[in-house]
Design a protein around this ligand. Structure first.
Ligand code: G6P
Ligand code: MG
Length: 220
C-alpha cells in the first residue's frame, strides 16, 4: 500500500504556544526598553531561538556582548518554560487529535518536525507523544527553516520518500522549508500570509477529513 508521511510542526499547529513565545520575548524587549508587537512576532514563527534573539535585538537597535546574548537566551527560555509549565490537554488546538488519530487509523506514519528544543516535553505535557513515530526537533537540526533539513530528516527517519510527505505548518519559513524539501505544504492559518502553501486552512476544523484521504490516495 502507498505510504504517505505526515509531518507536523508543533508550535501554532498542534498547540498554541506562539502566544507564550510572544509573551516571553515581549518581556525581554520591555526589560531592554522597547516594544515588541504581535505583528513583529509573526517573523519569529518557525525561527530558532538564537535567530529570534538576533531579530529582537535588531528591532530594539541593541548590540549585545556574547555574555549578554547568552544570558538573554537563557532568560527568555526560563520565562517561556514558566508559561508552558502548566500546559495540559486543553491546549491542544481544535480537531488536532482527531486528525492525528484518523491518520494513525489508516496506518500512515506521523512525524514531528519542529525548530523547538522544548518539543518533547510539550508533546508529553499535552499527552500526544504516542501518535508520533518520529520526532525531529531543534536539538537535532543544524539548519533552520526555510532550510528543508528538519523535514528531510523526518522523512528519512520515517522511511518515506520526501515527495510522498505532507507538511502542516503555520509559519512562512516552515512552508518554504516544506517546498524546498519537495513535499506537499499545507498552511494552517491566514491565507493572506501563508501564500507559499499548496493548500491553506484557517485551522483543522476547516479541513474536511476527506482531504486527508485525498492526500493518501493521490500519493500527493
Ligand atoms: C518554533 C516556534 C518559534 C521558536 C522555535 C524555537 O519554531 O515557532 O517561535 O522560536 O520553535 O523554540 P524553543 O522552544 O527552542 O525556544
Ligand atoms: Mg509553528
Amino acid at each position: 500500500m502507498y505510504r504517505t508521511g505526515f509531518i507536523f510542526d508543533l508550535d501554532g499547529v498542534i498547540v498554541d504556544t506562539a502566544k507564550y513565545h510572544y509573551l516571553a520575548w515581549r518581556k525581554l524587549a520591555n526589560e531592554l526598553g522597547f516594544e515588541f508587537t504581535e505583528e513583529q512576532n509573526e517573523l519569529f514563527k518557525g525561527v530558532s531561538r538564537k535567530r529570534c534573539l538576533e531579530i529582537l535585538l535588531d528591532i530594539g537597535g541593541i548590540t549585545a556582548t556574547t555574555e549578554e546574548f547568552n544570558r538573554w537566551m537563557v532568560e527568555k527560555n526560563e520565562d517561556y518554560l514558566a508559561y508552558i509549565e502548566k500546559m495540559d490537554r486543553s491546549e491542544i488546538l481544535p480537531k488536532v487529535e482527531e486528525v492525528l488519530s484518523y491518520i494513525k487509523s489508516k496506518g500512515m506514519p506521523i512525524a514531528l518536525g519542529s525548530a523547538s528544543k522544548n518539543a518533547i516535553p510539550i508533546l508529553e505535557k499535552v499527552g500526544l507523544s504516542s501518535y508520533f513515530e518520529v520526532v525531529v526537533d531543534g536539538n537535532q537540526v543544524t539548519k533552520a527553516k526555510p532550510d528543508p533539513e528538519v523535514f528531510l530528516m523526518a522523512a528519512e527517519k520515517l522511511g518515506v520518500p520526501a515527495q510522498n510527505c505532507v507538511v502542516f505548518e503555520d509559519a512562512v519559513a516552515g512552508l518554504e522549508a516544506a517546498n524546498n524539501a519537495d513535499m506537499v505544504s499545507i498552511g494552517i492559518g491566514d491565507a493572506q500570509i501563508l501564500t507559499a502553501a499548496d493548500h491553506v486552512f484557517n485551522n483543522f476544523e476547516e479541513m474536511d477529513i476527506s482531504f486527508l484521504d485525498r492526500l493518501m490516495q493521490e500519493g500527493n
